[in-house]
Design a protein around this ligand. Structure first.
Ligand code: SF4
Length: 340
């Protein structure tokens, strides 16, 4: 493949840099295949800083695949609170049940067959936890490699991933599986996504084409970005006899199956009309939450309802119970302060 020899020559300085510069991160100490899987699933689409504390707490409660497999799903979701993308927690829970039954997979293919484990995660866990020389190509690796080669292919589709995975597989040194993590680290602290890369600190500064041309920020090349959908939502924090209404989000879409405050599209107005008629409105507040493809623009309503008022909700819970037992998605965090 084109570029194979250039990349092969660039591997040893990168590995050397990694040995000297890798950060102390919680998931790099006392690593087992299971903890590597937990870390990689948590780190998908979530910042390292946000994961650090949650990772430690999660592993204190679920130190092994067996302990996670036996846990109740509600509790697993609670321990995932704040990390978002809760389907990852459900997949990890399901994966733990398979691992508890059948043992930890020993190959990339075996890992890839676990729920929620895609090509990238299978590659990352296979190299980090099993020591297999398997590439793992995500947006960070694509950014580094398109800069290294000043490669103008668009990175949005599967094509660039497939191409660079094959290239990395050809140059992967058989004696160490550190290349995967070294690339991740370079992308996290040197060849960064936002702002100019720190080329002066990069082991590839004498090899990287984009840097030698002074065009680091021209790469990677992306296709047209799809505009996020905007949705207006009314969210209700309803208090009755010191308890608050919670319901489970129905359907299969965003946040499906998670606990939330009752809400509806603002244009609907049915629940709003009911609350204003039956309850006392204490406060309103605007809040916004940005998901990958959707933005929620919310109006929150805090209202008390009379004791006898019947409102159809799955549960009524105290503020303490909500904080300790129910995993409320971050989208609703702006209204949690109303819980007394
Ligand atoms: S030299 Fe600069 S642009 Fe090139 S890989 Fe290193 S940090 Fe990225």
């Amino acid at each position: 493949m084109d570029g194979r020899e250039e990349l092969r020559a660039a591997v040893p300085p990168l590995l050397e840099w990694f040995r000297r510069n890798k950060r102390d991160l919680p998931w790099r100490t006392q690593r087992t295949p299971y903890t590597a899987l937990v870390a990689e699933l948590m780190l998908q689409q979530t910042r390292v800083e946000a994961v650090k504390d949650r990772y430690n707490e999660f592993l204190r409660r679920f130190p092994t695949a067996e302990s996670l497999a036996e846990a109740d799903e509600e509790e697993v979701l609670k321990y995932w609170e704040g990390l978002g993308y809760y389907s990852r927690a459900r997949n990890l829970h399901a994966a733990a049940q398979i691992i508890a039954r059948e043992g930890f997979p020993q190959t990339w293919v075996g890992l890839r067959s676990l729920p929620g484990v895609g090509d990238y995660t299978a590659g990352a866990v296979a190299s980090i936890a099993l020591g297999l020389p398997t590439p793992a190509v995500d947006g960070n690796v694509l950014r580094i490699l398109t800069r290294f080669f000043a490669d103008g292919r668009k990175i949005d589709g599967q094509g660039a991933k497939t191409y660079f995975s094959a290239l990395l597989a050809e140059v992967y040194p058989p004696e160490t599986a550190d290349l995967t993590e070294a690339l991740m680290e370079l992308g996290a602290i040197v060849c960064v996504p936002n702002g100019p890369p720190a080329c002066g600190a990069c082991p590839w500064s004498g090899l990287c084409k984009a840097h030698l041309m002074g065009r680091e920020e021209d790469f990677p090349v992306r296709g047209e970005k799809r505009a996020r959908k905007r949705e207006e939502l009314d969210v209700f924090v309803l208090r009755r006899d010191g308890l608050y209404a919670l319901c489970k989000r129905p359907g299969k879409g965003l946040l499906a199956g998670l606990w939330e405050f009752p809400n509806e599209p603002s244009a609907e107005g049915k629940l709003r009309g009911w609350v204003l008629k039956n309850g006392d409105l204490l406060a309103t507040e605007r809040a916004k939450h940005v998901f990958t493809h959707v933005e929620w623009h919310m109006t929150g309503y805090l209202a008390t309802l009379p004791s006898a008022c019947a409102a159809e909700n799955d549960v009524w819970a105290s503020a303490e119970e909500i904080r300790s037992r129910y995993a409320i998605p971050s989208a609703f965090k702006a209204f949690m302060k109303w819980l007394e």
